[in-house]
Design a protein around this ligand. Structure first.
Ligand SMILES: Cc1cc2nc3c(=O)[nH]c(=O)nc-3n(C[C@H](O)[C@H](O)[C@H](O)COP(=O)(O)OP(=O)(O)OC[C@H]3O[C@@H](n4cnc5c(N)ncnc54)[C@H](O)[C@@H]3O)c2cc1C
Length: 462
């Protein structure tokens, strides 16, 4: 059978693939979009959205506790976990429908099935044993990433974030292996929901890659919440108890920790295997970098008509970045406008308990980058908790380039940090200086006002 002809064939209908397809179709291209699962990808089905709904759902625990200090008497409140999961599933199904109708309206032709490259212009999509061939002037790989478990005995007894989002009942005890943002977010969800959480990490603190001072402060906040943080630990095995009623996580030291669920939040791997990429000439990074697709700043692979975006390129694995990369490829190919995404100053958040957010450089990155910096920081008890009695501290920190006065980084732990950081990211993208922060009149009483009231520098740094 002759292949169907398109200007662009996209593999993967997640955040990046859908954005690229719709933008390319809007620019007049004939677009085919192949998806092996449900449209929406990780963010909608197994990532940002379901996670944030569970964050909201579990956060009521804090609100209920805090309300007592303001005179509210709320007795007998309890979370019905299956109701929360069912409500979350309904919303995910609704969003999946929205995505499908958006694609229909945009004229993108959707092909359900597993896709792989046959050559640099041809994609084969297989569903229910039937195969179709699509020929594209350009191909775009947007296959995302998948959770990875460590190669230890019994790893199959543990779950990943995929299953953690849909547990049918709330476990009494959860062990989370891994201290990245996904592990920290699930620690917040499960502990607020009422489970006892133990978080086991290899490093000496959670959230590797974030500002060191915030990492240390975050460990203190986890402890205040009753989350047991075990740092500097290796995991050796997962075993089922003799009566099969629970699991044990076996540490490198031989210590065994009992739990009902072991959740591996131990990183993700780009989905690049079995796609015929290397055979078509697309260069992949080595095994130590998990075979991510090598791309130029314009997201072009080693084959000049094949592009790749999002998690499968392992650049900055965030939904808005995948979307921006997808739209940039569409603009480059069909908008007559060579485009690339600036990966600097992308705001990012950890929706944990408490939340953490930042934009720009950490103190360590600024120093390593050769900047002469001043550091401004403050810690305080949020006004709300003077009455609620909750033991928590907000931390706000600015990294400033001393010669130019430019603010290089903003960091915060505390309520609403992600919302505040999105707005600050505009200032940072515009190259705002500390003097401009200082010239901004505070919005009182807020926590965010501290960002414009920070003086003098806490440290005079080199
Ligand atoms: C638990 C969790 C929480 C997260 N929270 C956040 C957050 O708060 N904020 C944020 O910005 N990011 C968050 N992320 C990251 C974000 O979800 C990803 O960066 C983003 O979804 C990547 O988009 P993508 O288009 O590259 O891939 P995906 O969205 O993963 O889409 C890839 C698609 O390709 C399909 N596919 C793969 N192989 C094939 C094939 N051979 N044929 C056909 N189809 C194929 C897959 O089925 C999938 O639908 C989170 C991720 C997780 C796991």
């Amino acid at each position: 059978m002759e292949p169907l002809d398109f200007d662009l064939v996209v593999i993967g209908a997640g955040s990046g693939g859908v954005a690229a397809s719709r933008r390319a179709a809007a620019l007049g291209a004939r677009v085919a979009l192949c998806e092996a699962g449900r449209v929406g990808g990780t963010c909608v089905l197994r990532g940002c959205v379901p996670k944030k709904l569970l964050v909201y759902g579990s956060h009521f625990r804090d609100d209920l506790d805090d309300a007592a200090g303001f005179g509210w008497q709320i007795d007998g409140a309890r979370l019905d976990w299956p109701t929360l999961i069912a409500a979350k599933d309904r919303e995910i199904n609704r969003l999946n429908g929205v995505y499908l109708s958006m694609l229909r309206d945009s004229g993108v032709q959707l092909f359900n099935g597993w896709a792989r490259l046959l050559d640099r212009h041809t994609v084969e999509v297989v569903a229910d044993g039937k195969s179709q061939r699509l020929r594209g002037r350009y191909l775009l790989v947007a296959t995302g990433s998948s959770p990875h478990k460590p190669e230890i005995p019994g790893a199959e007894l543990g779950i990943t974030s995929d299953e953690a989002l849909s547990l049918r009942s709330l476990p009494a005890r959860v062990i989370i292996v891994g201290g990245g943002y996904i592990g920290v977010e699930f620690a917040g969800i499960f502990s607020r929901a009422g489970a006892h959480v133990t978080q086991v990490v290899r490093c000496d603190a959670v959230l590797r890659g974030f500002d060191e001072e915030l990492r240390q402060a975050y460990g203190t906040e986890l402890a205040k919440r009753g989350i047991t943080l075990r740092t500097g630990e290796q995991v050796a095995a997962v075993e089922r108890s003799a009566d099969a009623s629970h699991l044990h996580l076996v540490l490198g030291s031989g210590e065994r920790i009992a739990s009902d669920v072991v959740l591996f939040a131990t990183g993700r791997r780009p989905n690049t295997l079995g796609l015929g990429l290397a055979e078509a000439g697309v260069a992949l990074r080595g095994p130590s970098e998990h075979g991510a697709i090598v791309v130029s700043e314009e997201s072009r692979t080693a084959v000049d008509n094949i592009f790749a975006i999002g998690d499968c390129t392992d650049r900055l694995n965030l939904t808005p970045v995948a979307i921006a990369e997808g739209r940039a490829v569409a603009a480059t190919l069909f908008g007559g406008q060579p485009s690339r995404v600036d990966h600097r100053n992308v705001a990012t958040a950890v929706f944990g308990a408490p939340p953490l957010a930042c934009v720009g450089l950490t103190e360590e990155q600024a120093r390593q980058g050769g900047h002469t910096i001043d550091v401004y920081a403050t810690r305080f008890r949020p006004m709300k908790h003077t009455l609620s009695g909750r033991d928590t501290q907000t931390l706000i920190k600015l990294i400033v380039d001393r010669p130019s006065g430019r603010v290089l980084g903003c960091h915060m732990i505390g309520a609403d940090a992600p919302e505040i950081m999105q707005a600050l990211a505009i200032a940072i993208t515009c190259g705002a200086t500390k003097a401009q922060f200082d010239a901004t009149i505070a919005l009182h009483p807020t926590a965010a006002e501290e960002f414009v009231l920070l003086r003098p520098p806490r440290t005079v740094a080199t």
